[in-house]
Design a protein around this ligand. Structure first.
Ligand code: BG6
Length: 533
């Protein structure tokens, strides 16, 4: 048992101005949202675009063309958009003047994505919308906010209709960019097929595969923390680090997404993308520059170094479980099998924990424990790096039991920040009396809120701006997506071939199943239980 942590005051004394390249300006463009009346568009894209308009981040000129099956005209679509902005919890209300200006830039075309006529109609509207712009400023950003089942039809039509031809390179003007939402494939084979198709139709520089975790400030900050400070990097390796824990815990259940989730499960939904990105950023070597390819080259190397898991190893290195009924805060919640659209005998995991090893010089032998689940005790995402024990302790037997290993925690959300725990001597005369040095673990805490106030732009705002700027650093490249599938594919294959006789469960509102504790205990460690913010 280690003593509870005392948090000592450790605040940044000064906020320095960031040092970065010259301010970049996005070129004029039209954003075409395919699936404009769907959930993603309403909940994420519209608020992000509004916020960008408000912050003056949209290019000039900018137009938005929504495309969907619902038969709206421009006005009806604008009304829908305004209503969605009003109810968005990502915004503090809607400013009439901002909306007035923005709404004039919003248009809508209805159509069926499988029909060539739809793309003809899009082309005609674009010709009108863009008529005042010089030909080389008629840039187009196609955003596929649609289920994967229609990806293929859409990309083929975009290409065949001439709306988005293959570019020779990133410098070509006007540009055509295509944003693809996850899931990118269902497994390695389907991801490869999809990559094959999109790379036949487009140039990689036109493709932006979204992983919204990369748009989070704190995720980007992992690189800054690691590579803009000289003091941690010398310790960031197998000599000093005993293990790493990556946690993405959610308190929400599957909500209304049962149909999708039954097919996906936690490994496809969270590990293949978000957790693999956190693993890659934590484990990667310093890139030579911050260019998209330099950063992505290093991330791919980490994913490729993950030790392949043979079928006989899955049971001992990976745990799967499902939430059963329980309590989240003051609310009683039902179990996964009782959720809408979920089979009563479903074996889709809502929680997984796994132990991975990176077979490279830096990390050989250091276990990385990854876990993610729905309906857990707290909503918290963090990367916790635990350092090795000091080689020799001379503070007495009792003291040794109290020592907690140094842990560096990068808190992704909520309560974004970084903390470092270490030991101090407890003040007082106990040492003289008991001949034991009293030691207590404390933590130095940095909270983004304290240093910068509440300036955490939603991930989609950051990512949309990057697409407009043509910066693909925060997007996943084809080889990266495939490397991530290669890590999880053997697990998914093994699970599909070996459904559990009895699905392991955990009570909603807890930290997961007992089997996950046993998994980490095999290495002599235990999971952190992050405190509520
Ligand atoms: C999505 C998953 O990619 O990420 C969801 O499909 C999950 O199931 C969500 O809830 C979590 O994102 P965030 O930003 O709330 O941590």
């Amino acid at each position: 048992m280690t003593a509870p942590l005392t948090h000592v005051a450790a605040r940044p004394s000064q906020v320095l101005r960031s040092i970065g390249p010259e301010r970049r300006i996005a070129e004029p463009c039209t954003m075409i949202v395919l699936g404009a009346s769907g959930d993603l568009s309403r909940r994420k894209l519209m608020p992000a675009l509004y916020q960008m308009a408000k912050d003056g981040l949209l290019p000039e000129p900018f137009q938005l063309l929504g495309v969907g099956r619902d038969a709206y005209d421009d006005d009806a679509f604008r009304k829908l958009m305004r209503a969605e902005l009003e109810k968005s919890d990502e915004l503090d209300g809607v400013d009439d003047a901002v909306w007035e200006r923005m709404s004039r830039q919003v248009h809508y075309v209805s159509g069926d994505f499988s029909q060539a006529d739809t793309y003809k109609a899009i082309g005609e509207r674009l010709a009108t919308i863009e008529q005042d712009r010089p030909a080389d400023a008629r840039n187009r950003l196609f955003y596929l906010a649609v289920p994967p089942s229609v990806f293929e039809a859409i990309v083929r039509h975009l290409s065949e209709s001439g709306l988005a031809p293959k570019a020779a390179g990133a410098e070509e003007r006007p540009w055509r960019r295509v944003v693809i939402e996850k899931p990118f494939g269902h497994d390695l084979a389907t991801a490869r097929e999809l990559n094959g198709l999109v790379l036949e139709l487009f140039n990689e520089c036109q493709l932006f595969r979204i992983d919204h975790y990369l748009g989070k400030e704190t995720v980007q900050s992992i690189l800054v923390f690691r590579f803009a400070n000289a003091i941690f990097e010398p310790l960031w390796n197998r000599q000093s680090i005993s293990h790493v824990q990556i946690t993405v815990a959610e308190t929400v259940g599957v909500e209304q997404r049962g149909g999708y989730y039954e097919e996906a499960g936690v490994v496809r939904d969270m590990f293949q993308n978000h957790l693999m990105q956190l693993l890659a950023l934590t484990g990667m070597e310093p890139p030579v520059t911050m260019s998209a390819d330099a950063v992505r080259d290093e991330k791919v190397k980490v994913l490729r170094s993950v030790r392949w898991m043979g079928p006989s190893e899955v049971d001992s290195a990976v745990v799967r479980a499902q939430y059963r009924a329980g309590r989240i805060g003051t609310e009683d919640v039902r179990g996964y099998r009782q959720e809408p659209m979920i089979a009563p005998d479903s074996v889709t995991p809502t929680y997984a924990a796994m132990r991975l090893y990176l077979d490279n010089w830096r990390w050989k032998g250091v276990p990385f424990f990854l876990r993610s689940g729905k309906r857990m005790a707290e909503r918290v995402s963090e990367v916790a790096v635990q350092f090795r024990d000091p080689p020799h302790l001379m503070f007495g037997h009792e003291t040794r039991k109290l020592l907690a290993p140094n842990t560096l925690v990068m808190r992704i959300q909520p309560d974004e920040g970084i903390s470092l725990s270490f030991q101090v001597k407890t003040p007082g005369a106990a040492y003289q009396l008991a001949k034991q040095m009293e030691v207590a673990p404390v933590a130095m805490d940095f909270a983004y809120r304290d240093a910068f106030g509440d300036v955490n732009p939603p991930a989609y705002e950051t990512l949309l701006l990057d697409v407009m700027l043509g910066d693909a650093t925060l997007f996943t490249r084809s080889d990266e997506v495939e490397a991530a599938w290669k890590v999880v594919d053997p697990i998914l294959d093994y699970w599909a071939a070996h459904p559990p006789a009895r699905m392991d469960t955990y009570e909603a509102g807890t930290w997961g199943p007992a089997s996950a504790n046993q998994l980490i205990a095999q290495n002599g460690f235990s999971w952190r239980e992050p405190e509520p913010a």
